[in-house]
Design a protein around this ligand. Structure first.
Ligand SMILES: O=P(O)(O)O[C@H]1O[C@H](CO)[C@@H](O[C@H]2O[C@H](CO)[C@@H](O)[C@H](O)[C@H]2O)[C@H](O)[C@H]1O
Length: 672
């Protein structure tokens, strides 16, 4: 048996068999890659050796509690050197893993013997080599396998049996299975060891709904003034949000709102008395980030709201917007946290081209430790109220080190706490926020509308960057009402929801989407009469009676998400081909060994992304991506309409956007 040679003995960096390009990995390997409980993680490595001998490649995975599993890795494509294994991570915490490549003498022998024995070349030599390998396998096997392998070796040495007969005997499935379990491995070479942080499922899987609590239950008095909704009246809306199938309720800031420089309706700088102001203009004489807006209630009311949500099966996500209205207590108590200009004033915040005249930005370089301590104090308070998810406003306008420290410190004490980065900025910063710890991130999904844009974007967010950037697809927000939605009507709202809800594990929607609120403020890409600056109660029941809500459609999408674990997997997406430039096709597939039902879970989404048209075309599927054989037929059951068709590789599709803009198909294997 060849002796193992390792890199240290040879004083070189290259292991005997090179194992390179491990994934999932954060480039530079300074931060661990991330996954969530339940993920079937695609582990990959490039491994190869000199010459023509075969290698075997094994993933060695260790869970946080120390359980080790060894998973054989298979070539991604026959004849290429990238190997892959899917393994499900089922425990929260830090996992470690490495890849072993080894000389697979059995595979090398088998390949050579198959050719030579059939051709009558070196027949007895090949038989002897095979028998030797079988005996080596037997020497490391348990009793049952040892006896099967020993007798196979003896048969292999029996020269009175015809060589082809001996070849057939050694290929008996029982013998091959015993060899597989005890394969001789030599020149074993290990890669570096990497870490994988596995977080709770909600860190990357969830359906989010956003509403402004002050609008829920708000009433306009006869004199035109408003009575604000409260946390108590807003809680009345929770059952309806849950009934639509949402998991997380995200609340814009619930703190006192500054009175100085307050904004008026439609982002004006001339508020009238009674205008409530933007909730992101945090702080007034009533208090700051640790206080509940008096109009909404008290901290006790907030605790009750969080508990009521929990009882409904909803988690509350709070906003963390680190900025201050001019009358925030911080401004007087910590003037050192703000940059004072030579004329003694403080410049307002901006996110060009947007101007935030009602808030001051914090300068994190002036008192880094003091600011960090204060933010940790505030977070501890809300965590104590039962909040474990924070949507972080504009994290890209604060230094990265701050988020690395904050998230690390919070997660050390509270591993279930999740931070969502609301950063719409340059890719390097968005990616870096994910690398330093943000569990999930808003994305550019809202502006990816054509088939070509969506195909590229789906590949991007489910590719290598999925190791550190967990995408949340929001269809709208109070800041985002895209032209696609402004001019696409009901078909646009439906198809965007269908794609967001099925393509990635986290999607989000801001209240009013279900009512097709599509009127933008002139010149802006956000809703007119925006709720950010005024009360906006909605008559949900009237909309249901009139049939002017797509809430039933949203509910169905969330049901599909809950019932189909493939949809909850980020890495499991494949884009397929269609002959039409507006018909987008992708699938999500999860193998039976990873599902609770013990059956494959496969979803195909076919979406007409031109909301003004009816399209018909042919959809071409790579069935191997669906766990099927090329040419195999199956039942495609539409989970939206209940229709079922027999499909195979090439399928005719007609999607009239005005009827149903998307098929969400469940693959059912045809009974042979
Ligand atoms: O800058 P983004 O587009 O990422 O938006 C986020 O942050 C904004 C600042 O907090 C916030 O803007 C809203 O609040 C501001 C402060 O009160 C106000 O001046 C803006 O007019 C208002 O839109 C935005 O909502 C948030 O998502």
């Amino acid at each position: 048996m060849p002796k193992q040679t390792n890199a240290q003995q040879m004083d070189v960096l290259t292991p005997r068999i090179p194992v390179l390009d491990l994934a999932p990995q954060v480039p530079g390997n300074r931060f661990p890659a991330k996954a969530v409980v339940g993920d079937a993680v695609p582990f990959q490595a490039v491994a190869f050796r000199e010459g023509h001998d075969r290698i075997g490649v094994t993933l060695v995975l260790r869970s946080p509690s120390g359980a080790q599993q060894r998973v054989p890795m298979e070539p991604l494509l026959d004849g290429f050197d990238t190997y892959r294994a899917l393994a499900q991570v089922d425990e929260q915490g830090m996992w470690s893993w490495f890849v072993e490549a080894w000389s697979d003498e059995w595979a090398t022998w088998h390949h050579n013997a198959e050719i030579k024995i059939a051709a009558g070349i070196d027949v007895e030599l090949m038989a002897t080599m095979g028998a030797d390998l079988l005996e080596r396998a037997a020497a490391q096997a348990q009793a049952a396998d040892a006896s099967a392998l020993t007798s196979a070796a003896q048969r292999m040495r029996r020269t009175e049996t015809a060589p082809l007969q001996r070849w057939a005997e050694v290929n008996d499935p029982a013998v091959l299975a015993a060899v597989d379990r005890n394969r001789p491995r030599s020149l074993v070479s290990a890669s570096e060891t990497l870490q994988l942080r596995v977080e709770r499922a909600r860190a990357a899987v969830g359906a989010w709904y956003e509403f402004f609590p002050r609008s829920e239950g708000a009433e306009q008095r006869e004199d035109g003034s408003w009575a604000s909704g409260t946390l108590t009246t807003a809680a009345e809306r929770l059952p309806a949000v849950k009934a639509m199938g949402f998991d997380v309720l995200y609340l814009p800031p619930v703190h006192p709102i500054g009175e100085i420089n307050r904004k008026g309706p439609n982002n004006t700088l001339t508020p009238q008395p009674g205008d409530p102001g933007s909730p992101w203009a945090i702080g007034s004489k009533a208090g700051g980030h640790d206080t509940i807006h008096p109009d909404l209630g008290t901290i006790a009311d907030f605790r009750a709201f969080v508990q009521r949500a929990e009882a409904e099966g909803l988690e509350v996500a709070m906003d963390l917007a680190l900025q201050a209205a001019p009358d925030h207590p911080w401004v007087a108590e910590h003037p050192e946290w703000f940059t004072t200009l030579p004329d003694g004033s403080i410049a307002f915040a901006e996110n060009p081209p947007k101007k935030y005249q009602d808030i001051y930005p914090i300068n994190f370089d002036l008192d880094p430790e003091g600011i960090l301590a204060e933010v940790l104090r505030i977070l501890e308070q809300w965590i104590d109220c039962g909040v474990e998810i924070f949507r972080v406003d504009n994290p890209h306008t604060k230094p990265l080190w701050f988020w690395e420290r904050l998230i690390r410190d919070v997660n050390a004490a509270h591993p279930d706490v999740v931070f969502l980065a609301e950063a719409f900025t340059r890719p390097a910063m968005m990616q870096a926020l994910g690398k330093v710890g943000f569990q999930q991130s808003y994305t550019y999904f809202a502006w990816r509308n054509t088939k070509a844009e969506l195909e590229e974007y789906l590949r991007e967010v489910t590719g290598p960057q999925a190791a550190w950037f967990k995408p949340a697809f929001w269809v709208n927000t109070p800041d985002i009402l895209t032209e696609y939605l402004q001019f696409g009507g009901v078909p646009a709202f439906k198809v965007r929801a269908a794609i967001a809800a099925t393509a990635v594990p986290t999607w989000g929607m801001y209240a009013g989407y279900e009512l097709i609120e599509d009127v933008a403020r002139p010149g802006a890409e956000e809703a007119n009469d925006n709720e950010k600056f005024q009360y906006r109660p909605r008559d949900w029941e009237q909309a249901a009676r009139n049939g002017t809500t797509i809430a039933p459609y949203i509910t169905r999408l969330n049901e599909i998400r809950a019932q189909h674990p493939a949809v909850q997997q980020l890495w499991a997406l494949d884009v397929h081909w269609s002959d039409d430039d507006a018909i987008l096709v992708y699938s999500k597939h999860l193998e039976a060994r990873f599902t609770a039902s013990g059956e494959d879970d496969t979803i195909i989404v076919v979406a007409n992304v031109d909301p003004h048209s009816a399209r018909q075309t042919t959809v071409h599927l790579d069935l191997t991506k669906l766990g099927l054989r090329p040419g195999e037929s199956f039942e495609a059951h539409d989970l939206i309409t209940g229709e079922t068709w027999t499909w195979s590789d090439h399928n005719f599709v007609r999607l009239d956007a005005f009827v149903e803009p998307a098929h969400v198909l469940h693959v059912r294997r045809s009974v042979a």
